[in-house]
Every structure is written in structure tokens, then in C-alpha cells.
Design a protein. Sequence first.
Length: 179
Amino acid sequence: MFFVSEVVTTEPAEFHSPLQQMVYELFKEKGVAYERVDCDPAITMEDCIRIDDRLNMKTVKTLFLCNRQQTNFYLVITTAGKPFITKDFSAALGVSRVSFASVDLLQSILGTPVGAATVLGLLSDKEMKVQLVVDNDVLAEEWYGCSDGTTTSYLKLSTDWVINEFIPSTRHTPKFVQL
């Protein structure tokens, strides 16, 4: 059975990556309210169902994509239940074919392992390589559920804070699209 802890409002006892540490330092510095659960490694959206139930919200689907030349990178955020169709994404952005970026690129650019892609990874993108793409349907949710940069800790944040405070603080300009 997939383990999910009780809800807490404190940072982890120890950090498992530089990104995870940056996330909680930011929360402390900015006074960001959050709820958090620890869990078995969550890799798939199916793993997130119990996390969602515990935190009483819906985890977003976060994908890290690139073009064939691996020169353009996209962090795509959409709702959990929506299928991702590459052709629709390419048409919405007016870009050529994209595919999932490699594990090495995910780790080197966003500082996360497979299964832990998160908007919070923009903290690691100091070179501004990533274009953030947000599905308009995400904006309708009060709560934003995401990884803290690991596959074993998930957060419930205010969508308003993520969109209107966090993202601008990273200097990334999101593209809002209907996927």
C-alpha cells in the first residue's frame, strides 16, 4: 500500500536536494503558508491520488519537454486528469515537435529527479533556459499541489501565491494556454 503521512506545516527534518532546501528557505523568508505530506516515492499521477486525498486538493501534472535539438525547454503545468497531446501543445505554442527531456537535463536544469518536476524547480533555472507554460485550467483551482523537488514530499500551496508571487519572483514569464 502506498504510504502517505499525516499533514504537517513544517519543513522536512532533513533536506534531500539543494532545490528542496531552497524551497523551504524561500517559504520561511516569505512567510508562505503550506501543508505538506511525506510519502513513498510518487512517480505517476496515480501515486498522487492518495496524496490529493490527504491534502484535500489536486496535484498538477508537470512535464519537462524539449525540442529535438535540446535547445528549447518547456515546463508545462496542466491539470492531473487531462491527457497531454504533443500535437495540441505544439499548436498552442506555435512550436515544432517536442518530447520529454532526458533525466540528465531534468536534473541539471531544474534540480529534480524523474517524477518530481515542479514549478518550484524554476529556482534552479538561473540561466533562464525554461519557458513556463501554464494551462488555463490550473488557474481555476484554489490550491496548487506539487512536489517540493523530491518524489517523497508533496505540498499544498495557494494557486494565487504560485501564479502571482512565486513565478514573477523567478523572473520567468509564463505563457498561459488552453491545452
